[in-house]
Design a binder for this molecule. Structure first.
Ligand code: HEM
Ligand code: HEM
Length: 337
């Protein structure tokens, strides 16, 4: 038993270090010393490195228990819960239509570069979210479903993929910060959006600028929580930088909680940016939005578009998308012959 511990030497502070492990009462006394319960951090080892004098990290048990019980349970419920809420919302309310319908007259909202930045960030985020969730929830959820062989392949591929593509998240986050920041500074009119609960309270109309209060808040969550996730992720991915176990444990907790918060809110964002709100996805898909959508959701920006005569006709818009004007109508006529 002692042979396995030979490189180690555990001693109390008032005694000089001598080789070997000392025990008054074999068994419990041995493990008390090995775990260094009474004299944390005073073990020495021939192995050189941070924390190498700690044979068993007692606090590590607490961290592992927290990860395997609270973090994975509450995290799993949060993700499943938000999907349930969004599905329920869709069943009850359906896609929120634009007041007065879509006009076909369009206004430019995003440049090609801005759309590339958004979709790069979104794709990298979703990849990291899926691989991260496989690591966190795989054991209780996927292992019983797929068995050991398939799950071990999934877990190791997720780990490698997550570590490899993680740094891309920081790059796309900085690109998002730079290209969208100017339009996300809070302004006076934004409070009315909040007071009207984003249109859910009162007459259903909440005033907004280029981005409304809800979008600005989402943007700052992505940037600030995203930076915390990225920094803690980089600490986790490079364990040989000299950080000890405590820093690694804290980074892991901060990383996972931040990621779970952002993943949960992102489900709401993806819903509102697609099937939840008529005409919303158009801007990120083509760069243009319908002027009636702009007036309904971003009235202050819509007003500027009217004043500066920035609206283009349905024909001009079709040309900008490389279609012949009325091409969709001709197709319908052909089919109905
Ligand atoms: C299927 C997935 C997604 C869809 C359909 C989607 C849709 C959209 C749309 C339509 C907009 C523009 C809204 C407007 O014109 O006012 C937008 C903006 C934005 N999206 Fe997404 N998105 C998706 C995923 C994501 C993900 C995963 C993230 C990041 C974690 C993200 C972050 C953002 C940010 C930061 C903005 C800008 C908001 C602002 O600057 O105020 N999106 N998204
Ligand atoms: C700079 C970006 C990132 C880096 C460098 C990074 C790195 C890491 C590393 C090294 C781990 C530990 C993997 C392991 O157990 O071996 C991890 C875990 C995890 N990451 Fe990331 N990550 C990044 C971004 C993200 C993002 C954006 C999300 C979510 C949207 C995310 C979600 C997670 C989750 C859920 C875990 C699992 C924790 C667990 O298994 O206990 N990460 N990450």
């Amino acid at each position: 038993m002692c042979l396995a511990l030979l490189p180690f030497q555990v001693f109390s502070q008032d005694k000089k270090p001598e080789p070997g492990v000392f025990m008054k009462d074999p068994g419990s006394e041995l493990w008390r010393q090995v775990r260094q319960r009474d004299m944390e951090g005073v073990g020495i080892s021939q192995v050189r490195g941070v924390d190498s004098g700690v044979l068993i990290n007692a606090r590590g048990d607490q961290w592992a228990r927290f990860r395997m019980t609270q973090l994975s349970t509450y995290g799993g419920f949060a993700i499943a819960g938000i999907f349930a809420i969004v599905i329920l919302f869709y069943v009850v309310r359906g896609s929120v239509p634009v007041e007065g319908g879509l006009s076909g007259r369009m206004v430019k909202r995003f440049t090609d570069y801005e759309r590339v930045v958004h979709w790069t960030l979104a794709i990298v985020f979703l990849f990291l979210a899926i691989t991260g969730l496989i690591l966190l929830l795989g054991r209780p959820v996927l292992l019983p479903l797929f068995g050991k062989e398939v799950f071990s392949l999934m877990a190791s591929a997720s780990k490698e993929g997550h570590n490899l593509f993680g740094p891309l998240f920081l790059v796309s986050l900085i690109m998002m910060l730079i290209s969208f920041v100017r339009r996300n500074i809070y302004e006076k009119g934004d409070m009315t959006w909040l007071l009207k609960g984003g249109g859910l309270i009162g007459d259903g109309h909440a005033s907004g600028g280029f981005f409304n209060m809800g979008e600005k808040t989402w943007y700052w969550m992505v940037i600030l929580i995203g930076l915390v996730i990225a920094v803690s992720g980089l600490i986790l991915v490079s364990p040989s930088l000299g950080q000890g176990r405590v820093i690694m444990e804290l980074s892991h907790i901060v990383h996972s909680i931040g990621a779970l918060v952002l993943m949960t809110v992102s489900v709401g964002h993806m819903y509102l940016g697609s099937i939840g709100s008529e005409g919303a996805l158009e801007g990120m898909k083509t760069g243009y939005v319908d002027i009636n959508w702009a007036d309904a959701h971003h009235d202050r920006w819509g007003k500027v578009c009217h004043e500066q005569d920035l609206i283009i006709s349905a024909e001009e818009y079709a040309r900008s998308q490389g279609q012949k004007p009325g091409a969709d109508k001709m197709e319908t006529a052909e089919q109905s012959k």
